[in-house]
Write a protein that binds this ligand. Structure first.
Ligand SMILES: NC(=O)c1ccc[n+]([C@@H]2O[C@H](COP(=O)([O-])OP(=O)(O)OC[C@H]3O[C@@H](n4cnc5c(N)ncnc54)[C@H](OP(=O)(O)O)[C@@H]3O)[C@@H](O)[C@H]2O)c1
Length: 348
């Protein structure tokens, strides 16, 4: 007995088989990406910093090193056995940190203090002078600024807009231009070593964030720049990576309490240094890593469902930032009223 499929049905069957194949491909690809994230998170051992010159007399340069995430990079890289050049704004904070690092971890430190928002040539010259002749192998581009509170683009003060772009982009590029040739010199002298340039990205740089438009755009810029640089420097034995983070407790985020989704700087940096060179939650992005476990799952889930740049993510962000702005303005009003009351009490 022979069985023939009518021509119309043949087309239908063809379409169904094609849809099935696409579905199988999508499920296989998504599963592989999920298991690759789990492998990075829980199975691979921590990255060994010996390849970046730890315990070998080599140096790391860290910007924004006096507080928050940058301070943690300094402490944890010193613990791994790298000497540290601390670059930031407040000299007194840098001096205290340098003493703390030298006492605790028996490594050397140097301090460079300036206000990076000026973008003055002397700033970059002072870094060049401090690292001249040092075997530098690591650069952590951490300095950054966000909006003081969520604000519409049109209401963003010009100085805030200018400082965000200067600190997050211009300074990062110019410091990298000063430090990278020194890293290349170090690698030229010691062929066993690798270099590392790690820059701090943000979830605002993977999904557009209304009411943080300038900050969001500046971090998107870093994503493109860092991945392009990674391609250029890979053949020269320098690993370039953008570290992505959702909220971390710090002066900048103004979040004080940790939670499942919000680590403190110590927890975040431990995950970042453990995973250098891997993607963890950023499976689809070259030379990019979302290292903290809950951020990784969050990133992966959005990427593989509604999409990072989707309308739904954009409007959730808008609602969240509108509510943060309302609360911040209410708080500022309360503080101003309390201060006015205090001043009136003093006068009476
Ligand atoms: N915290 C978060 O939730 C979060 C999330 C994603 C990405 N990030 C990124 O992580 C990086 C660090 O953020 P953070 O939260 O650790 O910030 P933070 O606690 O506010 O620390 C910022 C550091 O940068 C320095 N700095 C600020 N303005 C400066 C200037 N004009 N000149 C020189 N140094 C300056 C500060 O120096 P002083 O000590 O003198 O103030 C401090 O050392 C940023 O790139 C940020 O975008 C943070």
């Amino acid at each position: 007995m022979s069985f023939t499929i009518p021509t119309d049905n043949k087309a239908l069957v063809g379409a169904a088989v094609a849809a099935l194949l696409v579905g199988v491909f999508k499920i296989t690809f998504t599963s592989l990406s999920f298991f690759s994230m789990i492998f990075d998170l829980y199975i691979l051992p921590p990255v060994n910093f010996k390849k970046y010159g730890a315990k070998n007399g080599n140096w790391a340069v860290i910007t924004g090193a006096s507080d928050g995430i940058g301070k943690e990079y300094a402490l944890q890289l010193a613990k791994k056995g790298l000497n540290i050049v601390l670059v930031s704004r407040t000299l007194s904070k840098l001096e205290l940190l340098a003493t703390d690092i030298e006492t605790k971890y028996k490594v050397s430190t140097k301090i460079v203090a300036f206000d990076a928002s000026t973008d003055a040539p002397e700033n970059y010259e002072s870094i060049a002078k401090a690292i001249n002749g040092l075997p530098v192998t690591v650069l952590i581009n951490n300095v950054g600024q966000s909006h003081s509170i969520p604000v519409s683009f049109l209401e963003t003060p010009d100085k805030e807009m200018h400082d965000i772009i200067t600190l997050n982009n211009t300074v990062t590029l110019k410091v990298t231009k000063v430090v990278t040739p020194i890293i290349l010199e170090t690698l030229e002298k010691d062929k066993k070593l690798r270099g590392l340039i790690l820059s701090m990205g943000s979830f605002s740089g993977i999904f557009p964030s209304p009411l943080l438009a300038t900050y969001s755009g500046s971090k998107f810029f870093l994503q493109g720049w860092s991945a392009a640089l990674a391609g250029e420097l890979k053949p020269k034995r320098i690993d370039v990576e953008l570290m992505l983070s959702y909220l971390v407790t710090s002066a900048m985020s103004k979040v004080r309490r940790t939670s499942l989704l919000i680590p403190n700087p110590k927890q975040f940096v431990a995950s970042a240094l453990r995973n250098v060179g891997r993607r963890v939650g950023a499976q689809e992005k070259y030379a990019t890593c979302t290292p903290y476990f809950s951020h990784a799952v969050f990133h992966w889930a959005i990427e593989n469902t509604v999409g990072l740049s989707s309308k739904v993510v954009n409007s959730i962000n808008l609602n969240m930032h509108t509510s943060i702005r309302t609360r911040a303005l209410r708080k500022a009003k309360r503080i101003a009223a309390a201060e006015a009351e205090k001043a009136a009490g003093k006068q009476a």
